[in-house]
Structures are given as C-alpha cells and as structure tokens.
Design a protein around this ligand. Sequence first.
Ligand code: SF4
Ligand code: SF4
Length: 338
Amino acid sequence: MIQKEKYIYLYTHCRTTRGESRSIIYDLEKEGYDFIPNSLHEIINRFNGYPIDEILMNFETDEKKIILGYFEFLIDKGFCFLSKNKIPITNTTEKYEYAEEILNCIIDVNKDSNHDFYKISTEINDIGIPYIQLRFFDKVTSDYLIGVLKKFHNTQCRHIELIVPYTISLDNKIENVLEINSRLQSVIYHSCKEEKVRRYGKGEIYYYKSVITDESHCGKNDPLFFTMNKRFHDLSIYANTCLFKKISIDKEGNIKNCPSLTSNFGNISTVSLSRALMKSEFKELWYINKEQVEICKTCEFRNICTDCRAYRESESLYSKPSKCNYNPITMKWGKVGD
Ligand code: SF4
Ligand code: SF4
C-alpha cells in the first residue's frame, strides 16, 4: 500500500525516453529496461519529486487507481523510491569533458594490407589513444599477432581488442598471444563452429559463428548491441555514439572516421594521424546525435542505441541506419531487408 503523503522520486541512475508509440524506462546501473506508456513518461517527468496525494489531485477519480498502479510498478521494479522528506533534484545528465583528443581507433587488416605497425603505434601513442580495436579479416598465425602486439608494448593505450578469424592452430596458442601484451583484454573470434565465451586471466575470449570478411559486417542495430550505461546515455544526447572521437585506418591504410565511410583524410603511409585530425571536416560527424536522425528521433531506444552513419537509408547524412529494422510506430522489429 503506497503511503500517499510521501514524495516519489526517480532514482538518479534511471532515465526515461519517449518514443512515437511508447516510452522506455531504464536503469543505467543494472542495465535493464521496461516499456511504459507515453502517459507514464509524462507523469514521471512532470511530477518527479512531488507528494503522491498532490499528484493524484491532477487526475479524475477513475484515473487515480491507474496512476497508483503505475507508481507501484515503478517502485516494485526499482525505478522509483518514496521519501518522507522533500529532496532537491539536480539534473545528473552530464556533458563529459574528455581529456583525450581521440578515444578509440579501429585498424582493419586483410591479407593485402601493408601497414607499418611501428609507425601506427608511435602515432597512436603520440595522440594518447586509450582503446584500440584490431580487426583481421583473413587468417593469421599466433606469431604474426604477437609481432603486431609487440609494436604496441610501449604505448599509452589501455585496452586492445582483437577481432580475428578462428583457426584451431591460433586457438591452441591464444594464451601466448594474450600474455604478450597485458593491454590485450579481449579476443573475438569470428567464423567459429559454435558460440561460447571463456575467460583467460584478465581477458575474455569470445567465439562467434558469424563470418567477417570485410568492414561491411559493421553497423547492425539490434537489442543485443544496446548499451546501457550513464556515459553512453549522456553522450547520446549531444554527440554521435559511434563516431565521437573515433579514428580509423582501413585495410588499405586510408585514415577515416570509420573504415566503412567513403571520406578519407590521407593514407597512413604518407599522412600522420595527427595531421588528418587537423582537417576541420574530420570532426563533422562527431556531433550528429539521434535527435537529428530521421525516424531514430522518434524511437524510444535512441539513447541506448549506437548510431551508424556509414550504412544509411539514403544519401542524407541524417537518414536512419539502414541495418536497423525497427519501426518505432508499429513497435516491431522486421527482418533484415524489410
Ligand atoms: S559508423 Fe557504422 S560502420 Fe562505422 S564503425 Fe560505426 S557502426 Fe561500424
Ligand atoms: S530506429 Fe534508430 S534509434 Fe531506434 S533502434 Fe533503430 S537505429 Fe536505433
């Protein structure tokens, strides 16, 4: 039984996003969400921090029971709490100041790539990029990977992730690869026969069946890829959740925002990453957020969904990601190509 004299509050780590046909309420700490009607989204945003009995005064008699049911649901699910005291509410959505000039770097490699990894790692170190993802499209040996990782030994990067085709011979020696560089924290195998995850020391090894032959595998939008944490949520409000402070080197050595985009800012064999970054156009896509993207701006998932600007439904820079088949009006996921 709800004590109606108490004040109701949305927990600091919970948020709601209104969509065209329904809203979503999520917990950025527990990484869970529930769907709610748009009317409840309005109530939460209008009456957060009000006493229940004062809120009920705004509704007709037959509506009061529904509103109390809503509040029971919100408290039961851990999205809201009651307090006998009035608490000042502060807006906890932050515009993070990132000290890093670039936050992450993708480097693509196939059998024809001719990357000078020593030069690349030196430039990554000069910029101070903390996260590197190396994506290999063709089979490689453990010795080759060890040689590449050794180049990143004395850099400032904090986290390296490998995406690499599965082979039995590589998997037999993957522990040697993981041990060569303490910053290597995850290995993602593609082209596997079965899907599983296993831990090794501080690292994790993921086995996926999907076959990745080039950069076009990227950009899929699906609930599996939703990200629920405060930093991502807050970033989604003012910047692009994929391309903000990202730099990439495609399999041919071209410096890009992401390997799937067509614009390139010179080849790493002749242009430094720092020089590419100085071009004003390099940062153009960084601030396209979901509120500006057609269809996505009406979608309840827009603050937890990665925004792909490479694969789009039309030439417009603001069109919906083409690898998403969600319809915010019908609230249905379609099949790829629908
Ligand atoms: S913009 Fe799209 S294709 Fe490029 S890295 Fe992001 S999700 Fe992948
Ligand atoms: S419509 Fe846009 S915001 Fe919604 S799930 Fe698809 S890509 Fe994400």
